[in-house]
Write a protein of this length. Sequence first.
Length: 261
Amino acid sequence: MSTETLVSTQPATFQHSPSNGECNCPIHRNQTSPPFTAPLGLPFSNNVSIKPISQKKAEEVYEAHHGYMDGDLHPANLAHHGLYYQDLLGAITYRYPFFSKKKLYFNSDDELKPKPYTERDFEGLPDNIEPRARSLVSGVDGSSIDHTEVLSGDKFVEANRICIGERMPNLASCSLAQSQEFFVESSDCPAGIEYLITYVVANFEGSMIKALRGKGWTCIGWSEPSQAGNREHKTIRDQYKWVFACPVSKVYEQMGLSEWK
Ligand SMILES: [Zn+2]
């Protein structure tokens, strides 16, 4: 599996590389003042919205605020979303993933579970990754898996980059929820997609994991660093990443819940 991509995060600050006041990205170039914090009691999520943006605009946001990536976006993108709270504050890009097949594990209630790793798998991880891996995906052994399914890559869409240009963890969580709902309902979402998938750089996950879990995502395992021989070296490939997946049916389920709020 190729792992060019990914959601990068800054420790505890959720994808945020602070602007030094001279940032010329679409978020900051015309900004007169930073976004104000919503007063207590005002539902923050009501004020977050999603609008499609151009690839150029998304690229400018990633270039300025996505800590790990540089260079162009992969051309096979399906959609770019601008994340708005008062003004544009971030971006998410959706595309087909690079893998051609993925094996998923389920319990007897048909719930998505992490891959059942062995003790040896955990011990083989680097010291700084192992404890986190144990807390994220342990407790699943072969006996808790009822059945598996091997799905082709065209059943997945990858949330390839999630990037916020301001220090607002709530915004990341709210806008992720709205963006995934917007995407699965839009004509940009190809027919037959069953899962959204994303990768979070290990050791830099910050509050990303909490946000994903709160929105129906399950950590299904880790991906190991890899180097694609035919591409220029990118630091992000040297990282372990947590792999998160979310059934599209769950996105619809959450939409139903939020309508009743
Ligand atoms: Zn900026």
